[in-house]
Design a protein around this ligand. Structure first.
Ligand code: PGA
Length: 242
């Protein structure tokens, strides 16, 4: 695993942007695997600023997102489709029909998993951006998820509901289920860019880099990926003794 250690969140976002920028510049029709959460917001702000200032084009780029809450759609400002539009898509001039997210409001969730999985099979990510949960999850693949998993419906771990409660008015409002890419869909990406900041991620980052490869810490599977870059700040890297 390639590790880029940065001082703080802003420097982490700068480094992440450099990796992303290289992919988009090299291939104007790249497939970008994108993530939600607070971690990639600095990266997305830099992509938006670069588009505005330097005119980097996203007209031919396609995107696929990791996950979505069951029951939420564009009408909810907590949905991931809303998050992506407001924090990135509206600022980079990408045609919305080129952006793909599992539909959390699909009446038949099994059929939606199959549809999204087939779509991912045909859209291999040139780069997949990831955050990491404090319990080592990637996307909503919670501890215990099989490494061979594809798109599926998941019951969120209690720790994930608690971590995400800060973004909702009340903890009861956090959806308990989500649609997520499986670990196999993530590992299918040509390149992985995983970001982590803050002391709350230190244990998970240790497991990602130095722990045994185990379903108990889903991110540890990334040790088996041939092109994985971790960009993390000093607080998240504090247990690595780099
Ligand atoms: P965060 O979430 O970026 O909001 O910390 C990361 C994750 O749970 O994957």
């Amino acid at each position: 695993m390639n590790i880029i250690l940065t001082k703080d969140y802003e420097a982490m976002s700068d480094a992440a942007f450099c990796v992303m920028q290289a992919v988009v510049t090299r291939n104007p029709s790249a497939v970008l695997g994108l993530a939600t959460g607070t971690t990639p917001l600095g990266l997305y702000a830099r992509m938006a600023e670069d588009h505005r200032k330097n005119g980097t084009s996203y007209l031919g780029v396609r995107t696929v997102n990791l996950d979505e809450y069951v029951g939420l759609g564009m009408e909810s400002d907590q949905s991931y489709v809303y998050f992506m539009r407001k924090n990135l898509f509206e600022h980079i001039g990408i045609p919305l029909e080129n952006t793909h997210i599992a539909n959390g409001k699909a009446p038949d969730l099994a059929a939606e998993c199959a549809r999204y999985n087939a779509l991912l099979d045909g859209l291999q990510q040139d780069i997949q951006v990831l955050g990491i949960g404090s319990n080592g999850h990637i996307a909503f693949n919670e501890p215990g998820t099989p490494f061979g998993s594809t798109v599926h419906v998941v019951d969120l771990a209690e720790s994930t509901v608690r971590d995400n409660a800060r973004l909702f008015a009340r903890e009861e409002d956090v959806p308990r289920r989500a649609l997520t890419m499986g670990l196999k869909n993530i590992m299918h990406a040509k390149k992985i860019l995983i970001l982590a900041n803050g002391a709350g991620k230190a244990n998970a980052v240790y497991g990602l880099v130095r722990g045994e490869v185990t379903t108990a810490l889903p991110a540890s599977i990334l040790q088996l990926h041939p092109d994985c870059t971790l960009v993390c700040d000093e607080a998240a890297a504090s247990l690595l003794s780099l």
